[in-house]
Design a protein around this ligand. Structure first.
Ligand code: AMP
Length: 282
């Protein structure tokens, strides 16, 4: 596995690979790799000739009161895990390279970035789309792999790729969970032992919603109310939002139909967790 720190070198590697007709699969991450990331790398390995993984904790997607400084980092461990999962090129640019002095161009996907997570994390998705656009231009992938864990991010990046004519295919992989149902996240490290036990209620509430929907319930308000009750019955929980929306437009639905996305952000103690479930309603 090659470790690349320079943007220019990464671009040259990609250009040479493309000239040889190689399929480049790309997995962008912020590091502190877990099975969720590794599942994306393994999938990329199956579908591409060369797998590029980036690790960049992107300051632009963190709000001023968020955890950028505290965000877990362990490059040594990540390097081993990425190699084992099948990464061929590990791209680790510095902050200075990605955002040199007087950097001023941004990519923003309007509307979709302002709802759900966007309401609570102003500017977050603008930071995500700006860095992902840059990474796409640097790595020039044929395939780019993202996790369903960040459902809104997937919708926004698909829209960005479409609207800006990126010549690549976005591949979405399912959310990897702990046996308890808790979705894996680099931020789970912040959870104290009792909080980790509580945190499984997010997925339990999604499963509850699924079973109520399968029994024929189509009233969003009732489903969300049930979920809120479940979550708030646990200690140290604060709900930012629970929403049922169309899975593509992310518009809220009063009455469920078609493909719906149930998504949420919940604080457990001081850790903010997100989770979601995509369902087809008959
Ligand atoms: P991050 O390092 O949090 O920016 O995540 C990098 C990529 O891994 C994103 O596409 C995430 O959606 C994906 N990812 C994070 N957690 C999971 C998970 N539990 N299951 C599947 N994919 C995930």
């Amino acid at each position: 596995m090659k470790i690349v720190k320079s943007i220019k070198e990464m671009q040259e590697i990609s250009i040479a690979l493309k000239r040889k007709g190689k399929i480049i699969g790309f997995v962008p991450t912020m590091g502190y790799l877990h099975e969720g990331h590794l599942s994306l790398i393994r999938l990329a390995k199956k579908k591409s000739d060369i797998v590029v993984v980036s690790i960049f904790v992107n300051p632009m997607q963190f709000g001023p009161k968020e955890d950028f400084k505290r965000y877990p980092r362990d490059l040594k461990r990540d390097t081993k895990l990425a190699r084992k999962a099948g990464c061929d090129v590990l791209f680790i640019p510095s902050q200075k390279q990605i955002y040199p002095d007087r950097f001023s161009a941004h990519v923003n996907v309007e509307k979709l970035s302002d709802t759900l997570e966007g309401k609570f994390r102003s500017g977050h998705f603008k930071g995500v789309t700006t860095v992902v656009a840059k990474l796409f231009n640097i790595v020039q992938p044929d395939l780019a792999f993202f996790g369903q864990k960040d459902a809104q991010q997937v919708v926004i990046i698909q829209k960005m790729a479409q609207d800006l004519n990126y010549n690549l295919k976005i591949i979405v992989a399912p959310t990897v969970r702990e046996p308890s149902g808790l979705a894996l996240s680099s931020r789970n490290i912040y959870l104290a032992e009792d909080e980790r036990k509580t945190a499984k209620v997010l997925f339990e509430s999604l499963q509850k919603a699924q079973s109520v929907i399968e029994q024929g319930e189509t009233n969003s308000f009732k489903i969300i109310h049930e979920m809120e009750k479940m979550i708030l019955s646990k200690p140290k929980t604060i709900i930012d939002y629970i929403a049922i929306t169309d899975s593509k437009t992310l518009e809220p639905l009063e009455k469920l139909s078609g493909e719906v996305l149930i998504s949420m952000a919940v604080f457990v103690g001081s850790t903010r967790l997100i989770d979601n479930l995509k369902l087809k309603v008959k």
